[in-house]
Write a protein that binds this ligand. Structure first.
Ligand SMILES: NC(=O)c1ccc[n+]([C@@H]2O[C@H](COP(=O)([O-])OP(=O)(O)OC[C@H]3O[C@@H](n4cnc5c(N)ncnc54)[C@H](O)[C@@H]3O)[C@@H](O)[C@H]2O)c1
Ligand SMILES: [Zn+2]
Length: 429
């Protein structure tokens, strides 16, 4: 771990409080009573609201003298417009002393934005990452946020970011600041049992890419030394995030296919929930890189370019490439391209994910990924969701805007490199 002069020698690790296990979501009323709050807003999306879990969480509050409201209109794959609608609702019905997000990444991210914009002044775009927004830091502390994931995917309950689609610019980007991190993550695998198979598959690919990207990220020692005020939540691969990433891959190797094909298996669901939590704790500190940078334009341009793509398990009133699916589509080719930066890590990842084989060379990890994606019915590349050769330039332009993520890649990514990865991802097998 010793670093050359002028190189970084410090890494950081941040995490919310965590309550994990079946039944954990029955204790949220008590947990919030410890913060001396009087009014709590529970946020969710209509699909999760239909499971009854958000209402059950809200109903626990009365016993502790806490009034609870429910906002059940979170948009799946949220946008600046849907964030604003949720923020307006919270402002009109507030003030709220705390927030509870019961849902997937879409809900948890919306709750983070609501928490930010009901405790700080200005416009949403003031806080969005540059160059899309002004990347302003919040001045005031936020309220307690309890994040209760119902998907096994994003790890958003642990991270300091929220992701949104900026409709006018056809680009996905985020807000990133340490204060956005939830106060408490309550991960109850019982809430994930009702995920449709298509959601389990896409969200599970998100877990896998979080683990793989943080494991193969530029090591923290390969950055120039930072001053304390320059430190960012994502500091590159480091010994702590490596542990979480490796353990997440081991869990995925035994549970992922089973959770997709036998969603009623509680052991597989619990292992997936643990994998998502662990990968979130890893990437939430190390960072992610090329597959995530590519995913932003892939998801952001879908309405215009691929209006007919409606994945199973998601709301079907509009075209979408869900986040985990968008991330996975270029992952095999991205990891073929990053292989040379750390062959041993790529080969170790392949053997953690599919332990029964021996591995050699740059094709090992891409072929493990392609086998898995085929087995769980992820589309065969960008072509299968509706993109063609003629869309590559636009996608490259969108990828190159994600410099915050590309800075975590283990090699410098030029426009030609990004174009090559995207072109080779049009068809994967
Ligand atoms: N903040 C972060 O760190 C982070 C990281 C990765 C992704 N994201 C963002 O998270 C979003 C994706 O989140 P996601 O993959 O968790 O899914 P999601 O929140 O978008 O939900 C997907 C679908 O599954 C349904 N659903 C969720 N849980 C269910 C359950 N238990 N039973 C039945 N239906 C259920 C929802 O109603 C929805 O239709 C994207 O916007 C992505 O950009 C954020
Ligand atoms: Zn992700």
């Amino acid at each position: 771990m010793s670093a050359p002069a002028g190189s970084e020698s410090v890494f950081t690790y941040g995490a919310p409080g965590l309550k994990f296990g079946t039944g954990a979501s029955d204790e949220i009323g008590y947990d919030l009573s410890q913060y001396a709050v009087k009014r709590v807003l529970v946020l969710t999306d209509p699909g999760v609201a239909a499971t009854g879990h958000p209402r059950r969480v809200a109903d626990q509050m009365a016993r502790f003298g806490i009034e609870a409201g429910v906002f059940d209109q979170v948009q799946v794959e949220p946008t600046d417009a849907s964030f604003t609608a949720a923020i307006d609702y919270a402002r009109q019905t507030g003030p709220w002393d705390a927030y509870v997000a019961v849902g997937g990444g879409s809900t948890i991210d919306t709750a983070k934005a609501v928490n930010l914009m009901t405790t700080n002044d200005g416009e949403l775009m003031d806080y969005v990452n540059a160059p899309v927004g002004k990347a302003r830091a919040p001045r005031n502390p936020l309220k307690p946020l309890v994040a209760v994931p119902t998907t096994t995917g994003t790890g958003a309950e642990s991270t300091t970011i929220c992701v949104l689609d900026v409709l006018a610019l056809k680009v996905k980007t985020g807000i990133s600041h340490a204060r956005l991190r939830p106060t408490l993550a309550v991960v109850d695998p019982a809430l994930t049992m009702s995920q449709p198979a298509g959601v389990t598959a896409a969200a599970g690919m998100d877990i896998l890419c979080h683990a793989l990207e943080s494991y193969t990220a530029r090591p923290f020692t390969a950055y120039p030394r930072k001053a304390p005020e320059q430190r960012v939540p994502y500091c590159g691969a480091n010994p702590i995030s490596d542990l979480w990433s490796e353990q997440a891959m081991t869990l995925l190797s035994t549970s992922f296919r089973r959770a997709v094909h036998h969603g009623d298996d509680p052991a597989a669901r619990e292992q997936m929930a643990l994998a998502a939590t662990m990968a979130g704790l890893g990437f939430g500190n190390a960072g992610v890189h090329i597959p995530h940078a590519n995913a932003y334009p892939i998801a952001g341009r879908v309405a215009e370019t691929c209006p007919d793509f409606h994945p199973d398990g998601y709301p079907d009133h509009e075209a979408m490439v869900p986040h985990g699916m968008a991330v996975s589509l270029t992952a095999p080719e991205a990891f073929r391209w990053t292989f040379a930066s750390s062959p041993e890590r790529h080969l170790r990842a392949a053997s953690l994910l599919a332990p029964d084989h021996s591995y050699d060379g740059p094709d090992a990890l891409p072929s493990v990924l392609a086998d898995l994606m085929r087995d769980i019915a992820i589309p065969n590349g960008l072509g299968a969701v509706g993109y063609g050769e003629g869309d590559v330039d636009d996608l490259v332009a969108g990828t190159m805007q994600q410099q915050r993520l590309l800075a975590t890649a283990p090699r410098e990514v030029t426009e030609e490199d990004a174009a090559g990865i995207l072109e080779r991802s049009l068809e994967l097998w």
